[in-house]
Design a protein around this ligand. Structure first.
Ligand SMILES: [Fe+2]
Length: 408
């Protein structure tokens, strides 16, 4: 049988073909292909078998995997490999005696043999310093809500915004509506909001009976929100509806840059703060959130994952007796670094501004303001890092699909 159409991929994505398969060779365990641009890629037989797109491997209705590799009669051995008439890789697997086809665009996009780092982040993470001349990446988002969801205009605004959040942890959008509640519709363009005990949206303004320092006019030191949770929200959005007060400037710091400076200048303090678990606890009449975690956390690869810095949300330290003094010494070293103006950017909210930032990376603070001199009203909400990543991938997918359609 001659195959003339390219095979399905095991996902819903669109994979343009940037290079054709030119040559193929195989051993029982490996398939090696050469692409038209000279690149050579090796794929393990077991990896290919698990990532096939046929009906024995994925459910065609959901494209979720149904294959359990351990139920195969033996380790999937390669009995043959060729490039078929459609340009797909066709592999014969023994002992199943099954012939499976692989889409060249998908194969190339998942070429783990040539990836410098198989876990490359979506957008490179770049730490940044502040200073009086510095400010957040700023984009004009006028008309964002008037554009069609998933349309090209929306993507032209969202794609660079999400890149800034993924790479630098922060972006400022300007020109958005100032109607109370409009943040919900804006947020939905990215993903679902994470509700908390402060609600779906929360109002940041001086209130008569505040349940947080945020709801007063006093200065707030650099902090992340909700470090009292097992995982604190990955994103925070603050949307300015009104700002006529004297003072109340926003201050933001890259917590990863501060952590790196601590690692470079004070390695002992770094070692302590990445190890000792502090107690984070809210003090409230109606809720009682408590979580223990190090102030700086690394992921399995040793990269910075999150910081939990919020002096006013720390409970009493409960740790090994001999760790108490070193922990406070390290904390004070960090606190001194946080006061270094070289890390901070400062800006004044204008009505219609929306700041989106990584709440597990950036620290936000604000100067005191005079409640009597006018109104300062921000609305905020939380979301997870997952939503930004998913949305960004969907934007890339739509772009690939457009490229594919344009090329046919
Ligand atoms: Fe806050």
């Amino acid at each position: 049988m001659t195959e003339t159409a390219l095979p399905l991929t095991p996902d819903y994505d669109a994979w343009p073909i940037d290079a054709d398969l030119d040559a193929v060779s195989f051993t029982p365990r490996l398939v090696t292909v050469r692409w038209s641009d000279g690149r050579v890629s090796r794929y393990h037989g077991v990896w290919l078998r698990e990532n096939a797109a046929d009906e024995t491997t994925v459910n065609s209705a959901t494209r979720e995997r149904i294959l359990d590799l351990s139920t195969l009669p033996a380790w999937p051995a390669i009995a043959g490999a060729e490039i078929d008439a459609a340009g797909a890789l066709c592999v014969a697997f023994a002992p199943e005696d099954r012939r499976l086809r692989f889409h060249p665009g998908w194969l190339r996009a998942h070429d783990y043999d040539n990836a410098a780092d198989p876990e490359t982040p979506l957008v490179p993470v770049t730490t940044w310093r502040g200073g009086p001349e510095e400010g957040p990446d700023t984009l004009d988002a006028t008309g964002l809500l008037d554009t069609a969801p998933d349309g090209e205009v929306e993507e032209a605004i969202l794609a660079p915004a999400l890149e800034s959040v993924l790479g630098k942890g922060l972006v400022r959008l300007r020109g958005l509506p100032t109607e109370p509640g409009s943040l919900e519709a804006i947020a939905r363009r990215i993903g679902p909001v994470r509700p908390t005990n402060f609600g779906q949206l929360f109002d940041v303004k001086a209130k008569p009976d505040p349940d947080s320092n945020a709801y007063t006019a006093i200065a707030l030191p650099p902090h992340v929100d909700l470090p009292t949770r097992e995982y604190h929200p990955g994103l925070q959005m603050l949307h300015c509806l009104e700002n006529g007060v004297a003072g109340g400037q926003a201050v933001m710091l890259d917590g990863f840059a501060v952590a790196e400076a601590l690692r470079d200048r004070h390695p002992e303090a770094w070692a302590t703060l990445t190890r000792v678990r502090w107690c984070y606890a809210n003090t409230a009449r109606t809720t009682d959130y408590v979580w223990l975690a190090p102030m700086i956390r690394l992921d399995a690869r040793g990269e910075l994952l999150e910081v939990r810095i919020a002096d006013f949300l720390r409970g009493p330290l409960q740790t090994a007796f001999e760790d108490v003094e070193p922990a406070y010494e390290a904390l004070m070293t960090l606190q001194r670094l946080l006061r270094d103006p070289a890390f901070a950017i400062r800006f004044t909210y204008r009505p219609g501004d929306l700041v989106i930032f990584d709440n597990r990376r950036l620290l936000h603070a604000r100067d005191a303001f005079e409640g009597a001199s006018g109104h300062r009203w921000l609305q905020g909400c939380y979301m997870e890092r997952d939503e930004i990543r998913s949305r960004y991938r969907m934007i890339r997918r739509a772009r690939r699909r457009r490229r594919l359609t344009a090329g046919t």
